[in-house]
Design a protein around this ligand. Structure first.
Ligand SMILES: Cc1cc2nc3c(=O)[nH]c(=O)nc-3n(C[C@H](O)[C@H](O)[C@H](O)COP(=O)(O)OP(=O)(O)OC[C@H]3O[C@@H](n4cnc5c(N)ncnc54)[C@H](O)[C@@H]3O)c2cc1C
Length: 411
């Protein structure tokens, strides 16, 4: 246990933030016998967007031994994803995919989900302090560090052999170490909220996530939860989204009235909280690691919400980082560029190719084409399930070329 009595605490690994990226790393490192301490700026439960998971992230929750914990909380199971354009539908079943892997995952209210994971790692012995913020970090030549943290009562120091920055949109180390780099994706804006429909349907199709094509550069989502409420949101070029004026509630009601799939289900529905807006969320960094630290999850950059890749990349990076930290703390040599950066960049590149093809309109053409090839659908389905490291899938090995060619053929 770290010594919490003095003004300086000593731990093996300090983790910044308590989102899923953090708790997956914490669970793996704690199990290996290291002292792990998490500092979290907010008080849980706290809202964060990112509610639709991908089957691939189940492998990371498995490595962290967290599946049973999540399962026991009754979150909505997710078996596929449906894309809708007016009256046309394109449905993907994860069980029917090209890559061997998980055929399902969950749709989760992140306030509950992240709290469940944080409490579980605390029960296992990880120490966690809420409402405590990292304000400064100093590294020694050997990679060990002293971090200044502040809570409402005091300021104190944490000496650590390693730091995992899982601070999400807080981007603590990228800011302190000047590692931020602008994303080369255009600025986009999203408005979203949780709604309680007047009538709750129990039909399985109504429990499926729907991604709605509205305009070429504007799309929306419906993510139903197990308690009958749903998350709804719209995303588009910031310019387009800023054209809609009024209060947050008026803007959200505008989208419900004008987007068929929302109008059908959510006219007159009750908003559970005032709709929120987030803009310019795509981000990048100059490097993913340095001596004594690693960036995981959104702290290492974020692409775009269209394919729900956020939590999958967040847990993939933190599970891998935890394994590599263990090696390094055991004195084994680790080539972080090769074993970490390259792996994370490969996965990101596949999602990025799909994201760009989506906003170009190519993927929509492919999804809604009458000429649907079953093998191609399965290969695409695997990418949508998050299996973006399968070197047997041509949509993973050469995504840009194959998506562009396919959309040309359909044209
Ligand atoms: C519009 C939109 C929709 C999205 N939809 C999806 C989706 O459907 N599925 C999906 O997988 N992803 C989605 N995402 C992405 C998702 O939000 C993130 O990828 C995911 O939450 C990243 O998890 P994380 O653990 O890295 O960070 P987070 O979950 O953000 O956790 C980081 C934590 O760090 C804490 N923190 C910040 N600063 C400090 C500090 N100084 N000191 C201490 N703690 C600090 C924060 O309080 C926070 O609790 C979406 C993103 C957007 C913008």
């Amino acid at each position: 246990m770290p010594d919490f009595k003095s003004n300086t605490k000593e731990v093996d690994v300090l983790i910044i933030g308590a989102g899923p990226s953090a708790t997956v790393a914490a669970s793996i490192l704690h199990k290996k016998g290291y002292t792990v301490h998490i500092v979290e700026k907010q008080k849980f439960p706290r809202f964060v967007i990112g509610e639709s998971l991908l089957p691939r992230c189940m492998e990371n929750f498995q490595k962290a031994n967290l599946i049973e914990t999540i399962e026991s909380h009754g979150f909505q199971k997710k078996f596929g994803a449906m894309f809708a354009k007016a009256d046309e539908y394109c449905d993907f079943e994860f069980a029917n995919q090209f890559t061997e892997g998980w055929g399902w995952t969950w749709q989760v209210q992140r306030a509950d989900f992240d709290k469940v994971l944080a409490e579980e790692v605390q029960n296992r012995g990880v120490t966690l302090e809420y409402e405590t913020e990292v304000t400064d970090v100093k590294f020694e030549n050997d990679g060990s560090s002293t971090t200044t943290v502040k809570n409402k009562d005091s300021e104190y120091y944490i000496k650590a052999r390693y730091i995992v920055d899982s601070s999400g949109y807080g981007k603590v180390l990228p800011r302190l170490l000047n590692l931020e780099k602008p994303s080369n994706l255009p600025p986009r804006t999203s408005i979203f909220c949780h709604v309680k429909p007047r009538q709750v349907s129990e039909s399985p199709e109504r429990k499926r996530i729907i991604i709605i094509v509205h305009l070429d550069n504007v799309w929306g989502w419906v993510i139903p939860f197990s308690d009958g409420t749903s998350s709804i949101g719209m995303v588009g070029d910031s310019e387009e989204m800023d054209n809609i004026k009024g209060s947050m509630e008026e803007q959200m009601r505008h989208w419900i009235a004008n987007v068929q799939a929302l109008r059908d289900r959510f006219t007159d529905s009750e908003f559970i909280f005032e709709p929120r807006k987030i803009a310019g969320y795509s981000s990048d960094v100059k490097q993913l690691h340095g001596k004594g630290y690693v960036l995981t999850g959104n702290a290492s950059g974020f692409l775009d919400p269209i394919f729900s890749s956020g939590v999958t990349l967040a847990t993939e990076s933190s599970a891998l980082a935890a394994e590599l930290i263990e090696k390094e703390l055991e004195g084994e040599p680790v080539d972080w560029d090769l074993s970490y950066t390259e792996h994370i960049k490969k996965g990101n590149a596949v999602f990025k190719a799909f994201i760009e093809a989506w906003y170009r309109g190519d993927l929509q053409k492919i999804f809604f084409s009458e000429n649907r090839n079953e093998k191609i659908r399965k290969q695409i389905c695997s990418v949508l399930a998050g299996y973006v490291w399968d070197q047997n899938n041509p949509f993973v090995t050469k995504p840009e070329r194959i998506l562009a060619n396919l959309s040309q053929v359909i044209r």
